[in-house]
Design a protein around this ligand. Structure first.
Ligand SMILES: [Zn+2]
Length: 71
C-alpha cells in the first residue's frame, strides 16, 4: 500500500498517471503509477518491476508492509 509521507495516510492519495507495460501482449512486465496527495499536494511515483519482482517508490510517498494486489 502506498502512503503519503507527509500525512502518513493513503486516504488522500490519487493516481494521476498509470502505465502498464506488456510483454507478448499479455504478461505484465512493469507497472508505473504516479500519485498525488490531494490534502498536502505531495507527489510520488510507484514502480513495480515484474522481472526482478521489485517495488520502487520515489518522491513523497512510501510503501507500507501491506503489499498491493494486482489480481
Ligand atoms: Zn499528504
Amino acid at each position: 500500500m502506498i502512503t503519503c509521507t507527509n500525512c502518513d495516510t493513503p486516504q488522500f492519495l490519487q493516481i494521476t498517471q498509470s502505465r502498464i507495460y506488456f510483454e507478448n501482449g499479455e504478461v505484465i512486465n512493469e507497472i508505473s503509477e504516479t500519485y498525488e496527495c490531494t490534502l498536502c499536494g505531495s507527489t510520488g511515483q510507484y514502480v513495480y518491476d515484474d522481472d526482478r519482482d521489485e517495488e520502487v517508490v520515489s518522491g513523497d510517498v512510501e510503501l507500507t508492509t501491506e503489499r498491493p494486489k494486482f489480481a
